[in-house]
Ligand binder design. Structure first.
Ligand code: CP
Length: 381
């Protein structure tokens, strides 16, 4: 594959690096199901996309980076709140020439009781090529992808053309593009990233230790991170109190530690997660702390108190100083400043939080370019 894409201003589907890549997955549902080879293919294409963005003029317009998705329609179906993922998918789709439609539960017929499958089938029947789905239920993206594949294969009724489903976060299951952009950011920081066609061995994370810190049990980001990072050779340590990081997480292929201070010096990167009070069972009371964007619900049976959590598990300036000199601090967002990490750390020199967001556009461009031109030997993953 050529890496000339980095210097050419415009790229068609026939010329793109995707054309030479066999990619069998129409849907992107979970990293757990992707082989290391396919993870590397997608990440390398993200490297190419990022190079193209860097080479493009500042006044980018839709389709300015490539036309892999020209004539395609991407539907954002977000049944849970989102800032980064929804906008990032929209920007990515438009950069490759797609039209984008947005649907949320507020203002749609979901509020009248329509099921997510009926909603998705109706949208797909309008000729939409790709649904980006966020839903509070684990497995929602799988369910929708199977339903759309069955409709496309059915001889009854109007023929539905194949529609890709990209999981934008489903309950506690996975958030694959977040996992990919986190991996891309780490690989890039440590010189393990490259664009498609590079002669270098790319996205081999052997020798790197990545900590995932916080509310692992509730986290789809953690599950995608564990799957992708470990497949690419990284050592992954999930860190937090036993109530948020059960020992059973080890079955996913990571280590578990309840002692942040003990493992801090071993980490090359630490991905700090928000405590997802809204996914816990318990009460919602709690006073706000001036100057901090505290979570809507800030007490739970899973932690005794925010003060105690902060004492043992927050990345404070002192803890950041005890990391390796080159270690990076990550966060998928949204941040609760002063809870899982100090404001000065979020804005400090180790923080790559906004770089993660920046990489996310290239990752999502790559994901859509591959899935929408898939040649399925396997229809779904
Ligand atoms: N990281 C992430 O999923 O952020 P949003 O909820 O804002 O999309």
């Amino acid at each position: 594959m050529s890496n000339q894409a980095t210097t050419s201003p415009h790229h068609s589907a026939t010329q793109s690096p995707t054309a030479a890549t066999h990619w069998p997955h129409r849907h992107l549902l979970e990293l757990r199901a992707l082989s290391p080879e396919h993870l590397r293919t997608l990440l390398a294409l993200a490297g190419t996309m990022r190079d193209r963005i860097g080479a493009a003029p500042a006044n980018l317009s839709a389709g300015a980076i490539g036309d892999e998705l020209r004539g395609r329609v991407v539907g954002n179906l977000f049944f849970e709140d989102s800032t980064r993922t929804r906008v990032s998918f929209s920007v990515a789709a438009k950069r490759l020439g797609a039209e984008v439609i947005d649907l949320t539960s507020v203002g749609s017929s979901v509020s009248k009781g329509e099921t997510v499958i009926d909603t998705a089938a109706n949208i797909a029947s309008m000729g939409v090529d790709c649904l980006v789905l966020r839903h509070r239920s684990s497995g929602a993206a799988h369910m929708v992808s199977r339903a759309l594949d069955a409709l496309a294969a059915s001889s009854n009724g109007p023929q539905l053309r194949p529609c890709s489903v990209l999981n934008a976060g489903d309950g506690r299951h996975e958030h694959p593009t977040q996992g990919l952009l986190d991996i891309f950011t780490i690989a890039d920081q440590f010189g393990r990233a490259a664009a498609s066609g590079s002669r270098r061995s790319t996205f081999d994370l052997t020798g790197l230790t990545v900590g995932i810190l916080g509310d692992i049990g509730s986290s789809r980001v953690a599950r995608s991170g564990i799957a992708g990072l470990s497949a690419l050779g990284a050592r992954v340590i999930c860190i937090g109190p036993p109530s948020l990081v059960p020992g059973a997480m080890r079955t996913l292929g990571c280590e578990v530690s309840h002692d942040l201070d003990a493992v801090l010096p071993e980490l090359d990167a630490v991905n700090v997660l928000r405590i997802q009070f809204e996914r816990h069972d318990a009460a919602t009371a709690g006073a706000t702390e001036p100057g901090h964007n505290q979570p809507a619900a800030k007490s739970s049976a899973a932690i005794a108190s925010i003060r105690e959590y902060t004492e043992f598990y927050s990345i404070t300036a002192d803890r950041a100083a005890r990391l390796k000199p080159e270690a990076i601090i990550m966060h998928p967002g949204p941040i609760n400043r002063g809870v899982e990490l100090a404001s000065s750390v979020a804005d400090g020199h180790r923080s790559v939080i906004l770089r993660q967001v920046n990489c996310g556009v290239a990752v999502r461009m790559a994901a859509m370019a591959l899935c929408l031109t898939a040649t399925p030997a396997v229809a779904a993953i």
